[in-house]
Design a protein around this ligand. Structure first.
Ligand code: KIV
Length: 299
């Protein structure tokens, strides 16, 4: 230590090493390991549940990461949650690449999954690969796309380029017009798109094509449980009951920041009320002249 009370660089390093050793000895909060695609598969094997949440920017990505989520999904729900659209259909590839880049800027320990938007892979494998490469270059570590049997060839093509793919079956919001709205799927038996037997085929097709995990959205809990039991890759549910290997929710629904009330989502806070209150206090203080006060002014 020098006389000013500051440590020399070597002293500081020695102290860091001592701290790391004592943390290791006591098992105290060791730094979190980076979540990777292999660690997701390991989680299913170890029966550790996977917590996934959407993120659309660096600020909230780092908050969610600090809270310990395993996976950050840069979802195309950005269209409805952030852009004010009615469906996820309008969001563009450029916009998804931008949001992926600003989530990746937070350098999270959580795995970053980038969503391929509507129209970025449905036309075929070549386009799917091109757009997956764009998301990876923007900072995604895995891409997600919607559909089962009908897009299995696209999933297979993308995975042969060593880009991990997460599938998404059941209520697939990009199929809004086919479904006649965001409707629960898999309630009827049959082989038609959205019917129970077809969803089982979709799940197997996604796994056989090489996907590393699959989101199951908006299906009866017993169907999600059956799929989870049959697949070797992790299933991540949303509105699909409690038997999946993990769960995903939209960030704004978790924080109570959205006005929509969804029966399958739970607000863990009421940031809508807190935000409105904070901003209205600011407006009031501007109007009555009490802001800025002397403490926040320069002399
Ligand atoms: O875009 C999204 O937020 C999603 C989740 C709902 C799974 O796809």
């Amino acid at each position: 230590m020098d006389h000013g009370g500051h440590r020399s660089p070597s002293g500081a390093i020695a102290e860091i090493v001592r701290n790391i050793r004592s943390m290791a000895a006591t098992g105290a909060s060791s730094p979190r390991a980076k979540v990777t695609v292999p660690s997701l598969l390991q989680a299913k094997h170890d029966k550790r549940r996977i917590a996934m949440i959407t993120a659309y920017d660096a600020t909230f990505a780092s908050i969610a990461d600090e809270a310990g989520v395993d996976v950050l999904l840069v979802g195309d729900s950005v269209a409805t949650v952030m852009q004010g659209e009615r469906t996820t259909l309008p969001v563009s590839m450029d916009e998804m690449a931008y949001h992926t880049r600003i989530v990746a800027a937070a350098r999270p320990k959580a795995l970053i999954v980038g969503d391929l938007p509507f129209g970025s892979y449905q036309q075929g494998a070549v386009l799917g690969i091109e757009n997956s490469v764009r998301l990876i270059k923007a900072g995604a570590e895995c891409v997600k796309l919607e559909g089962g049997v009908s897009v299995a060839h696209v999933i297979a093509a993308i995975t042969t380029t060593d880009i991990p793919v997460m599938g998404h079956i059941g209520l697939t919001p990009q199929s809004y017009h086919r479904m006649g709205g965001n409707k629960i799927q898999g309630r009827q038996h049959g082989d038609q798109a959205g019917q129970r037997d077809r969803l089982l085929q979709d799940a197997h097709a996604v796994e056989d094509a090489g996907a590393c995990a699959v989101v199951i959205e908006g299906v009866p809990a017993d169907l999600a449980a059956e799929i989870t039991e049959k697949l070797t890759i992790p299933t991540i549910g949303i509105g699909a009951g409690s038997s999946c290997d993990g769960q995903v929710l939209v960030l704004h629904d978790v924080l109570g920041l959205s006005r929509r009330k969804l029966s399958f989502a739970k607000p863990y806070a009421d940031l809508l009320t807190a935000s409105t209150k904070a901003i209205s206090e600011y407006v009031e203080e501007v109007r009555n002249g009490s802001w800025p006060d002397a403490r926040h002014s320069f002399s």
